[in-house]
Design a protein around this ligand. Structure first.
Ligand code: GTP
Ligand code: NA
Ligand code: MG
Length: 299
C-alpha cells in the first residue's frame, strides 16, 4: 500500500516477567482499575488484551501475560505479537527463571525491552542488584551505560508510573509505528474461549486495516461473520482499527492463540480457505510449521 495511506497507530505492549512480580497489578495501576484482585488466586490464566490511556495521554494496547512456568507458549506468542516488551522484575525478588525466559523471547523476536523494577516500596527492594543481574542476559540499562530504560516503580504505592508511561511513549515514538487503516484487515488471535449462550468468544489483535461488524473472518481453521465486537469493558463497537484488541463473537469454533486471522469476501471463499487449512493441518506435522506459514499467502 502507498506510504500516504499508512497512519500512526498505538503501540502494542506485552507485559512479561516472573510469576507474581506484579504484572497485572502494574497494569491495574496504569489504568487505575482493579482486575488482579478479581482473578482466582491472583494467577493470570490467560493473556488479557486491552487498550489503556497512559498518563502522557497516549493510548497503548497491552497484553498481560501470565508469569507461571506452565505458560511458556503464551510468552512466545506475546513477544511475537507486540511492538515493545515491558519486563517486570520485582525489586525484592530479582531475576528469576521466567524473567530470563521472557528476556530470551523478547530478544529472539527482536523487540525492544523496557524494564519496570516493581515493588520498590518493599524493605528488601534492590534495584541496583536487578540491573546488575540483568547484565548477564545482555540487558544493559542506562544506569549501566547501556540504552535499555529501567524504571523503578511500585504498583502498590503507585510510584514511578508517570516515568514508566513516558518511557513507553518515548520508545514508541522512536519506532514510528504506522499501519494502513483502509486495507483489508488482518491480525492475530490472542485467546479464545466458549461462553454459555455466547458461543466462541475470541480476542483478536488487529494489526492492519479496520475490522467491521458483519465482516467474514477466517481464523485458524474456523470462520464466521462478526456478530458482535466489544472492548474489554464490554462496550459494543462497530469498527476496530490497527492495534486494537477486541473480543468478537460469531466464529464457529475457538481458534488457537497466535494464529492469524483475516477478512475474506463472502462465505464461499471463507469455506474454501477453512477446508484447505483443515486438510493441510491433517497433512503437516508440528515439525513443519513453514507449510502452515506459506498458506497465509493464499488469504
Ligand atoms: P502472574 O500473572 O500470576 O504471573 O502474577 P503477576 O505478575 O501479574 O502479579 P500480581 O499483579 O498478581 O501480583 C502478585 C502479588 O504481588 C500480589 O499479592 C500483589 O498485591 C503484589 N504486588 C504487586 N505489585 C506490588 C508492589 O508494587 N508492591 C508490593 N509490596 N506488592 C506488590
Ligand atoms: Na499473580
Ligand atoms: Mg498477572
Amino acid at each position: 500500500s502507498a506510504e500516504k495511506d499508512r497512519k500512526p497507530r498505538a503501540p502494542v505492549i506485552a507485559i512479561m516477567g516472573h510469576v507474581d512480580h506484579g504484572k497485572t497489578s502494574l497494569l491495574d495501576a496504569l489504568r487505575s482499575t482493579d482486575v488482579a484482585s478479581g482473578e482466582a488466586g491472583g494467577i493470570t490464566q490467560h493473556i488479557g488484551a486491552y487498550q489503556l490511556q497512559l498518563a502522557t495521554g497516549d493510548k497503548i494496547t497491552v497484553l498481560d501475560t501470565p508469569g507461571h512456568a506452565a505458560f511458556a507458549q503464551m510468552r512466545t506468542r506475546g513477544a511475537e505479537a507486540v511492538d515493545i516488551v515491558v519486563l517486570v522484575v520485582a525489586a525484592d525478588d530479582g531475576v528469576k527463571p521466567q524473567t530470563i525466559e521472557s528476556i530470551r523471547y523478547a530478544l529472539d523476536a527482536n523487540k525492544p525491552i523496557i524494564v519496570a523494577i516493581n515493588k520498590m516500596d518493599t524493605y528488601e527492594a534492590n534495584a541496583l542488584k536487578v540491573e546488575t543481574d540483568l547484565l548477564q542476559y545482555n540487558i544493559v540499562t542506562e544506569n549501566m551505560s547501556g540504552d535499555v530504560q529501567a524504571i523503578p516503580v511500585s504498583a502498590k504505592k503507585k510510584t514511578g508510573l508517570k516515568e514508566l508511561a513516558e518511557a513507553i511513549t518515548l520508545q514508541a515514538e522512536l519506532m514510528e509505528l504506522k499501519a494502513n487503516p483502509k486495507r483489508n484487515p488482518d491480525g492475530l488471535v490472542i485467546e479464545s474461549r466458549f461462553e454459555k449462550g455466547r458461543g466462541a468468544v475470541t480476542t483478536l489483535l488487529v494489526k492492519r486495516g479496520t475490522l467491521k461488524r458483519g465482516d467474514m473472518i477466517v481464523a485458524d481453521e474456523y470462520m464466521g461473520k462478526v456478530k458482535a465486537m466489544m472492548d474489554e469493558r464490554g462496550k459494543q463497537l462497530k469498527t476496530a482499527g490497527p492495534s486494537m484488541a477486541i473480543e468478537v463473537m460469531g466464529l464457529d469454533g475457538a481458534p488457537m492463540p497466535g494464529e492469524p486471522f483475516a477478512v475474506v469476501e463472502g462465505e464461499q471463499k471463507a469455506r474454501e480457505i477453512v477446508e484447505y487449512r483443515q486438510g493441510l493441518k491433517r497433512k503437516v506435522t508440528a515439525s513443519q510449521p513453514s507449510a502452515l506459514a506459506s498458506m497465509e499467502q493464499m488469504m
